[in-house]
Write a protein that binds this ligand. Sequence first.
Ligand SMILES: NC(=O)c1ccc[n+]([C@@H]2O[C@H](COP(=O)([O-])OP(=O)(O)OC[C@H]3O[C@@H](n4cnc5c(N)ncnc54)[C@H](OP(=O)(O)O)[C@@H]3O)[C@@H](O)[C@H]2O)c1
Length: 338
Amino acid sequence: MPTNHIVVLDNRPEGEASASNFKLITAETPALQEGQVLVKHHYLSLDPYMRGRMNAGKNYAQPQPLGEAMIGGTVGEVVDSKHAKFTVGQTVLCMGGWQEYSVINAGVAGALKHVNAEKISISHYLGAVGMPGVTAWYGLVKIIQAKPGATVTVSAASGAVGSAFGALAKARGFRVVGIAGGKAKCDYVVNELGFDACVDYKEHTDYISLSKALREACPNGIDGHFENVGGMVLDAVMLRANDFSRIAVCGMIAGYNGEPLPMTNPTLILKSRMTIEGFIVSEHMEVWPEALAELAELIASGKFNPRQTIAQGLAAAPEAFLGLLKGQNFGKQLVKLI
Ligand SMILES: NC(=O)c1ccc[n+]([C@@H]2O[C@H](COP(=O)([O-])OP(=O)(O)OC[C@H]3O[C@@H](n4cnc5c(N)ncnc54)[C@H](OP(=O)(O)O)[C@@H]3O)[C@@H](O)[C@H]2O)c1
């Protein structure tokens, strides 16, 4: 069995996460038991939810145990198998974690999935045709439920979830406005992803100013919003939100290191009769097949060509992850492990 390299959570952050919270270790891979498959990871997905798992406190999921491989989605190849449905050389998707190899109990429902690498490059199964894409689909279709002619907005618009949200919303004919950090990201959102407009929140120091920029980009107001960030961005959107607008709360990354995120004008929820709904995509597995089929079609047809930031080698994972929490990624953040 191969020698494995693993990034474990060594200790929990107090406030901002740092590279010293992680440790790279070497371990022997255990021999396969009946029903198990050995997967060699080609790509590891880095996602903001991992920051929440590093804490011990209350969250929607159990904390990441100390001393174990950090949780994470991976795509790779079967290199050894004691399960009849998986053979050496097949491309597979699993929650393999921050390590080069994983041993998967393939009989557990959903633990190991075959991936079709013919029309879609395998890294997209961790992004647009994976969990982030389905997240965007769920917020748009099930929560925002926009009507024809609607204007919808999304924060962290250039990222894995935000870019998929834009592609799905444009395909349905909505006016789509992004909010992103910096000119380069805003230019990409409009010129390459095809959004109708993008507002650079970094040009604004307060939510009133940001809200004025949103008024120009959304002359008919905002009917639906997909929130990835929280804080000033959400305050500004709420000021421009129409009566009976619907907000899907997907993430609050501006607060993931423990920063307070007070809402400035909660009375707008009442005055504008808003619906604000938080959700966790893994609690809605029933929509995944439909959402993935639509996302796969967008990618395979070339209508949606999302950007990726790819760090090289497992040892680069902690810094790449910390960069993601600061907006240093541009598009889906991955680590290439081979
Ligand atoms: N609810 C669910 O089931 C679910 C599932 C998946 C993801 N999510 C959430 O969806 C959001 C996006 O995830 P993703 O994987 O697509 O990540 P991403 O957008 O690819 O990367 C994160 C982006 O967040 C922005 N950001 C980081 N810190 C920020 C801050 N302090 N203020 C404002 N923006 C900041 C940065 O973009 P800028 O440079 O543009 O600021 C950064 O590029 C996250 O909040 C994540 O937790 C939720």
